[in-house]
Design a protein around this ligand. Structure first.
Ligand code: 5GP
Length: 188
């Protein structure tokens, strides 16, 4: 049987990556959809594990060749996208595919895959807390950080297009809520 899609979307810094990693560690039937990006790897990020790191030119070529299920220029000059081949490979192997993608990409996948997809919006408790979290993470310059917060404000308006909104207040609560949602959806 073909696997299903479990989509986590959120403004970056909402804690969705932590939730996704936790879930992947719990169930061997869940597999992470490795996205492609044209941004530079951060320290500790590995090609083919965190992302497929591509040059802008290679990324654009793949867009032209129709290799993406969805793609987005999330920040100026920084492309992110879901490769058709990645999702097909995992689903054909009977895995449920877990996505950590931006809000617009999440809505696109949900619209395409409908009942085969569970779309979860992870919401930060407030924009102020989001900014504090991003600052603590320390991976962005001040300008990048302000860019992310500005984008987050706009992204919060998409929550209504998801199947569920998970307000990430206490991490332990969010983890168990996410587990429950997945359990109900795929019965693993
Ligand atoms: P980061 O640079 O922090 O890894 O990711 C920036 C944003 O891009 C995050 O919101 C992340 O979820 C999103 N993103 C990662 N992969 C994809 C993808 O394949 N498609 C889209 N649309 N967004 C993605």
């Amino acid at each position: 049987m073909e696997g299903k899609l479990i989509i986590f979307s959120a403004p970056s810094g909402s804690g969705k990556t932590t939730i996704v990693r936790h879930l992947l560690g719990l169930h061997s039937q869940l597999a992470f959809s490795v996205s492609a990006t044209s941004r530079k790897p951060r320290i500790n990020e590995k090609d083919g594990v965190d992302y497929y790191f591509l040059t802008v030119d290679d990324f654009r070529k793949k867009i032209e060749e129709g290799e993406f299920l969805e793609w987005e220029e999330v920040y100026a000059g920084q492309y992110y996208g879901t490769l058709r081949s990645e999702v097909e490979r995992l689903r054909n192997a009977g895995m449920h595919v877990v996505f950590d993608i931006d809000v617009v990409g999440g809505v696109r996948l949900k619209q395409e895959f409908r009942d085969d997809a569970l779309a979860i919006f992870v919401q930060p408790p407030s924009l102020k807390i989001l900014e504090q979290r991003l600052r603590k993470r320390g991976t962005d310059s001040e300008a990048q950080l302000q860019q992310r917060v500005g984008k987050a404000r706009e992204e919060l308006s998409y929550a209504g297009q998801f199947d569920h909104t998970l307000i990430n207040n206490r991490l332990e609560d969010s983890l168990s809520q996410a587990e429950q949602l997945i359990q109900n959806f795929v019965r693993i």
